[in-house]
Design a protein around this ligand. Structure first.
Ligand code: 5GP
Length: 185
């Protein structure tokens, strides 16, 4: 069995973070801690949820080719650290929480990565989740919702899609996909 890169992606508010947390909490998948230039939210710790960097520090790392992929959405940079992922992969599989474009970019440099797009039951459900998590302003919510159709239109380029209607069922499907892919080698 090989260690794999298991990428959970999908539109903002679809529940990627929750699914990734659930899967990583069982100890078999290491969470890839990304770098970001956005400010920490309440309860987020540096080095645990993200490595929080200034824009200058982030761009220095871009110039040093330290990211497997990076992207700028909604005015902030997000990037996957090559060294972090490669180090973890020596011993365990790695789970990543990436936006849709970032996931496809990662697949270009790392074709063995397994990409899953989480799908919302409908757009209204996404809006509800974004409103209820209270981490975005109304303008930010509108920006994120405006991207949803474009992001969903890219779903055929993913290895799998999983409907996130009932969280327990979605988690179970993700676990099955992970085990199937891990046992392929
Ligand atoms: P948030 O600010 O809500 O934590 O994340 C915003 C978006 O950034 C989410 O869609 C999340 O999946 C994505 N994201 C988190 N880390 C990375 C990364 O390293 N690279 C890319 N491309 N997107 C990321």
């Amino acid at each position: 069995m090989k260690n794999i890169l298991f990428v959970i992606s999908g539109p903002s508010g679809v529940g990627k973070g929750t699914m990734v947390k659930r899967l990583a909490s069982k100890g078999e998948l290491a969470f890839s801690v990304s770098c970001t230039t956005r400010a920490p939210r309440e309860g987020e710790a540096d080095g645990v949820h993200y490595f929080f960097l200034s824009e200058e520090e982030f761009l220095k790392r871009v110039a040093n080719n330290e990211f497997l992929e990076y992207d700028n959405h909604f005015g902030n940079y997000y990037g996957t650290l090559r060294s972090f992922v490669e180090e973890k992969l020596k011993n365990e599989s790695v789970i990543l929480d990436l936006d849709v474009v970032g996931a496809l970019n990662l697949k270009r440099v790392y074709p063995e990565a397994v990409l899953v797009m989480l799908l919302p039951p409908d757009k209204e459900a996404l809006k509800e989740r974004l409103i209820h998590r209270h981490s975005e302003t109304p303008e930010q919510i509108d920006d994120r919702l405006a991207r949803v159709d474009y992001e969903l239109s890219l779903k055929d380029r993913f290895d799998y899609t999983v409907l996130n209607d009932k969280a327990d069922e979605a988690e179970q499907q993700l676990r099955e996909i992970y085990l199937q892919e891990k046992n392929k080698a």
